[in-house]
Design a protein around this ligand. Structure first.
Ligand SMILES: C[S@@+](CC[C@H](N)C(=O)[O-])C[C@H]1O[C@@H](n2cnc3c(N)ncnc32)[C@H](O)[C@@H]1O
Length: 232
């Protein structure tokens, strides 16, 4: 049964309010739910971008700045813009990673000129777009020619033990753990939004339809988390 709306204006309002409510304990909840593995995935995301000094990087759906921190570690001489529609998230990102330039906006309406960034990252954010295709088109536009895109997102493993185990974890464990550490409904939404997000093959087709090339993927946790790479 679907309890949340996964497209359009109602999703947009719901998602903004929800992330505003969970900001304070967001980092702690992440660490607990992933047993600290999420930091390693974000490090891999930053590494895959092959950043150079002076590169402009957009961390879209930057949340509390976890990816920006990793980008700063992997290439201290690049300029990082953090974009997110939730002011509390941006404020936390600026506290944790002062060099970040915070911009309050949504992925579907980016206020940047075409060809501005050498790299764009989106970690666990694309699932929250109210229009995924529109968000990816906007990202394509603001990337400079040759620019790199790195996306981390959850998926449902497609076979074997991992699929069964992950389904059990999503249904029985994650919502309860989420409720212990933060607002329970946010983690019910998380589970449902993972189920609604396109499967990796479909998502790769969508990236290609927007114009991305040289696509590459890495999978973590038996396919529960995917790292997508593409170039403009
Ligand atoms: C699960 S958090 C991920 C944050 C961060 N990237 C990380 O790795 O921890 C998702 C973020 O997406 C943001 N978000 C929600 N809707 C968005 C949209 N339409 N465009 C851009 N960001 C959005 C939320 O405010 C939230 O900070």
């Amino acid at each position: 049964m679907t309890r949340f709306i996964h497209y359009g204006g109602n999703k947009r309002r719901f998602v903004r309010r929800m992330f505003g409510e969970i900001t304070r304990r967001y980092d702690l909840t992440n660490r607990v739910l992933t047993l600290g593995m999420d930091t390693r995935w974000r490090r891999r995301l930053a590494a895959i971008l092959d950043l150079h000094p002076g590169d402009r990087v957009l961390d879209l759906a930057c949340g509390t700045g976890d990816v920006a921190l990793q980008v700063g570690r992997s290439q201290p001489h690049c300029r990082v813009v953090g974009a997110d529609p939730v002011p509390a998230m941006l404020a936390r990102a600026a506290e944790r990673f002062p060099p970040i330039a915070p911009v309050c906006c949504e992925g579907e309406a980016l206020p940047f000129r075409e060809n501005t960034f050498q790299a764009v990252t989106i970690a666990f954010g694309a699932r929250n777009f109210s229009c995924l295709e529109r968000g990816l088109q906007q990202v394509y536009q603001v990337l400079a020619p040759g620019g790199r895109l790195g996306i981390l997102e959850f998926a449902l493993p497609d076979r074997g033990f991992c699929r069964g185990f992950y389904r059990w974890y999503l249904t029985w464990v994650l919502p309860r753990l989420g409720a212990l550490f933060n607002r329970g409904y946010a983690y019910q939404y998380l589970v449902e939004s993972i189920r609604h997000f396109p499967a990796p093959a479909v998502f790769l087709d969508l990236l290609a339809s927007v114009g991305f090339t040289e696509m590459n993927t890495r999978r973590f946790l038996g396919g529960a988390v995917w790292l997508y790479y593409g170039r403009k």
